[in-house]
Design a protein around this ligand. Structure first.
Ligand SMILES: NC(=O)c1ccc[n+]([C@@H]2O[C@H](COP(=O)([O-])OP(=O)(O)OC[C@H]3O[C@@H](n4cnc5c(N)ncnc54)[C@H](O)[C@@H]3O)[C@@H](O)[C@H]2O)c1
Length: 265
């Protein structure tokens, strides 16, 4: 199948839902073989069945808890065993939570850093040797607008996502000569189960009026950027596709805002 990722093998973590699900489907539609990894085994198997119904053999599923280093190592090994090589890593899996710097517990901090930052490093650690062996590759790390600017009630999340940006630059600089590119995506708010959980915990969406309906909150939350809407999962999948593909061959070490222009304001 021809496509923008034709002939490439990709791993997507957090592939069962939201951004990771849509990106896995897009990568496969563009010709990639995709390892869809997620802690939610039932849901990720559904995603893979949907992909393979359209493109037989394009995807495999694996139950992976990115909080467990041994799971990440196995995920990479399973990918190479099934598809013979590795060209693209989209380290997307993550969790959301709301707290203040005062109310946050040490357990909450450590869990967030493990799932949203340490896992990104470990995914690269195990993927890099295979990408180098393949003659090069592209690592796309999922950061957040909260990694670039301050956002209330996300001290642990913001710290983890800012850490992802530092790690991204470091990998870009060290592995560029080995033909590995590494970029981070920094999305503003896209309504997914992750964001729903944070809004539930805070009792209101960002920039929204307390007591307003969910539909109203989505509209209000979208007014904080010049394009005046919230993001869609497709916005992020399209950027991940570009960064994964050879079209972005001279782009590395970036932390790209995907935020309707909010960070430009
Ligand atoms: N939605 C947004 O507004 C937004 C904004 C900025 C960044 N992000 C980032 O995008 C990524 C995807 O988030 P989403 O909005 O699509 O959320 P989502 O909840 O729809 O998807 C996250 C996926 O990660 C999986 N996951 C969670 N913990 C895991 C673990 N320990 N091991 C393996 N998989 C695990 C979940 O099962 C789920 O399928 C996250 O890293 C998130 O921080 C999201």
């Amino acid at each position: 199948m021809a496509g923008r990722l034709a002939g490439k093998v990709a791993i997507v973590t957090g592939a069962a839902s939201g951004i990771g699900r849509t990106t896995s489907e897009l990568f496969a539609a563009e010709g990639a073989k995709v390892m869809c990894a997620d802690i939610n085994e039932a849901l990720v198997k559904e995603v893979v069945a949907g992909i393979n119904a359209k493109a037989p053999g394009a995807a495999i599923a694996s139950k992976v808890d990115v909080g467990r280093p041994e799971d990440i190592e196995r995920m990479v090994a399973e990918t190479v065993k099934a598809f013979g090589k590795l060209n693209v890593l989209y380290a997307n899996a993550g969790i959301g939570d709301a707290a203040t710097a005062e109310s946050l517990s040490i357990e909450g901090w450590n869990r967030m850093i493990a799932i949203n930052l340490t896992s990104v490093w470990l995914s690269a650690k195990y993927a890099l040797p295979h990408m180098i062996a393949a003659g090069g590759g592209s690592i796309v790390n999922q950061s957040s607008l909260a990694g670039l600017i301050g956002v209330p009630s996300l001290p642990h999340y913001a710290a983890a996502k800012a850490g992802v940006i530092g790690l991204t630059r470091q990998i870009a600089v060290e592995y560029g000569p080995k033909k590995i590119r590494c970029n981070a995506i920094c999305p503003g708010t896209i309504y997914t189960p992750l964001v729903a959980a944070v809004w539930d915990k805070r009792g209101v969406g960002y920039g929204a009026t307390p007591g307003s309906s969910l539909a109203e909150q989505k509209v209000q939350a979208g007014m904080n950027n010049p394009i005046q809407r919230m993001g869609e999962v497709e916005d992020c999948a399209n950027l991940a596709l570009f960064l994964a593909s050879d079209e972005s061959g001279w782009i590395t070490g970036t932390a790209m805002p995907l935020d309707g222009g909010r960070s430009a304001a």
